[in-house]
Write a protein that binds this ligand. Structure first.
Ligand code: ASP
Ligand code: MG
Length: 405
C-alpha cells in the first residue's frame, strides 16, 4: 500500500469549516487505498497570537517556555483534525512531535531534527489509523519541547516523508504552487510544473514564501520529491525534484523580490587587514545576517564597504557599526530601508553566458539604477530603489519570456 505524507499549512486549517474541508480530502486519500500521515500547522495566525500573548508577560526570551507555549498551536489543530476525521467515520489519532518520535537538538525556537523514531507512527498506521502529527515541534535530548523555526511544519513533513520512505510528500497551502514571479505583481506569471531543489532553495531564501528553506534542504538531502499544491482546489501543483536536462534549457525559471532589506555603507575605510573582520564580527555578535557585500576598489589607501541586511536588523546595525566608525578610521556611514532586491533564478544560467547582462539591460531599459549586485551559480540579485521593484519584476519577467514557460 502506498504511503502519503500530506502537510496542511495554517491557512488550510484556519477555521473549523476549513478543517472539515481538509478532513474530507484526507478521507478521500485514505479511501483510494493509501496510508496517510498528515502534518498540520497551527490555525491561521495562532502562532503570532501566542507570541503576542507571551510578550504581554514581559518575558518572551525564555526559549524553553516559549517553545512550550508555541507548540500548543499545532497540538490544537492536530487534535481538531483527528476529531473531525473520527466524526467522518475515519479512524484517526493525533500525535505531538515527541509522541511521533521527532528528536531534535536543544536550540529552542530554531531546533534541527536529528532523527525520527517512527515506531509509534508505524504502529498507528498498521492499526488502520490516519496519523495526524503536530508540525513544527520536536523533543530535545533533555526531554524539553522544541520548535523548528517559523514555517517549520514544512520541515516536519519532509523529514517524516524521508523517515517513513513515503511514496509522496505533499505540501498543501493557499497558492497553486511555485510561480515564475509573484502573481500579484505579474498577472501573466505561470505556475511551474517542476522546479529543481537548488532553484527552489534560492527562491525560498530570496523570500518567495512558499516553503521553509530548511524543508527544501531536507528534501534535497534525502532526494524526496515534494509537491506544493493548493488545499482549496484540485489543480496539480509544482513538484520540487532533481534537476533534469529539460530544465537546464530554460535559463531563468523565476523572478523573486524582497522588500524587507536595508542597505548600509561605510565610507573611506582604511585598506588594512582586519577591518572587515572587525565590522562583520560586530554584526555577527548582534545576530545580524549579512546578505550582499561589496568592497569598492581602493583609492588613496581607502575604500568603501557596503552591505545589505534584513530591514528589522537595521537599528541594531546602526548601533553596532556606529560605535566602530571612528575606531577603524572611516569617514562616515549611510543607511536606509528605501531599497529592494530583485533576483533571477535558474539552473540553466550555469551554462549560458550573458544572462546577467540581459538582466542589467532589462533594468536599464526601465531607467532603474542598480546599487549592488550579487551572484551565485544559479542566481543574480540586484539591489534597487524600493519604489522601482514592481516595474523591475515585470520587466525581468518579460525579458526572460517567463510567460511562455
Ligand atoms: N505555526 C508555525 C508558524 O506559523 C509553523 C508553521 O506554520 O509551519 O511559523
Ligand atoms: Mg504558519
Amino acid at each position: 500500500m502506498s504511503l502519503v505524507v500530506a502537510k496542511f499549512g495554517g491557512s488550510s486549517v484556519a477555521s473549523i469549516e476549513k478543517i472539515k474541508n481538509i478532513a474530507c480530502r484526507v478521507r478521500d486519500m485514505k479511501m483510494k487505498g493509501q496510508q496517510v500521515v498528515v502534518v498540520v500547522s497551527a490555525m491561521g495566525d495562532t502562532t503570532d497570537d501566542l507570541i503576542q500573548l507571551a510578550g504581554a508577560t514581559g518575558e518572551f526570551l525564555n526559549g524553553r517556555e516559549m517553545d512550550m507555549l508555541l507548540a500548543t498551536g499545532e497540538q490544537q489543530s492536530a487534535a481538531l483534525l483527528a476529531l473531525t476525521l473520527n466524526n467522518l467515520g475515519c479512524p484517526a489519532v493525533s500525535l505531538t512531535g515527541w509522541q511521533a518520535g521527532i528528536k531534535s537538538d536543544s536550540a529552542h525556537s530554531k531546533a534541527k531534527i536529528n532523527g525520527i523514531e517512527n515506531c509509534r507512527i508505524k504502529k498507528e498506521i498498521e492499526a488502520g489509523n490516519i496519523v495526524v502529527i503536530a508540525g513544527f515541534q520536536g523533543i530535545s535530548p533533555q526531554g524539553d519541547i522544541t520548535t523548528l523555526g517559523r514555517g517549520g511544519s514544512d520541515t516536519t513533513a519532509v523529514a517524516l516523508a524521508a523517515s517513513l520512505k513515503a511514496d509522496r510528500c505533499m505540501i498543501f497551502t493557499d497558492v497553486d504552487g511555485v510561480y515564475t514571479a509573484d502573481p500579484r505583481i505579474v498577472p501573466e506569471a505561470r505556475k511551474l510544473n517542476r522546479i529543481s531543489y537548488d532553484e527552489m532553495l534560492e527562491l525560498a531564501v530570496l523570500g518567495a514564501v512558499v516553503m521553509q528553506p530548511r524543508a527544501v534542504e531536507v528534501a534535497l538531502a534525502h532526494q524526496i520529491d515534494v509537491e506544493v499544491r493548493c488545499s482549496f482546489n484540485h489543480n496539480p501543483g509544482t513538484i520540487i525534484t532533481k534537476e533534469d536536462k529539460m530544465e537546464k534549457e530554460v535559463m531563468v525559471t523565476g523572478v523573486a523580490h524582497d522588500v524587507n532589506c536595508a542597505r548600509f555603507a561605510i565610507f573611506d575605510v582604511p585598506d588594512q587587514p582586519g577591518i572587515a573582520k572587525t565590522l562583520f564580527k560586530a554584526l555577527a555578535k548582534e545576530g545580524i545576517n549579512v546578505d550582499m557585500v561589496i568592497q569598492a576598489a581602493m583609492r588613496d589607501g581607502r575604500n568603501d564597504i557596503a552591505f545589505t541586511i534584513g530591514r528589522d536588523d537595521l537599528q541594531k546595525a546602526v548601533e553596532a557599526i556606529g560605535k566602530l566608525v571612528e575606531e577603524i578610521g572611516a569617514s562616515g556611514m549611510s543607511y536606509g530601508d528605501d531599497v529592494a532586491k530583485v533576483s533571477i533564478v535558474g539552473a540553466g544560467m550555469q551554462t549560458n553566458p550573458g544572462v546577467a547582462a540581459d538582466m542589467f539591460e532589462a533594468l536599464a531599459d526601465e531607467g532603474i539604477n542598480i546599487h549592488m549586485i550579487s551572484t551565485s551559480e544559479i542566481k543574480v540579485s540586484c539591489l534597487i530603489d524600493k519604489d522601482c521593484v514592481e516595474t523591475a519584476v515585470r520587466a525581468l519577467h518579460r525579458k526572460f519570456e517567463l510567460d511562455k514557460i
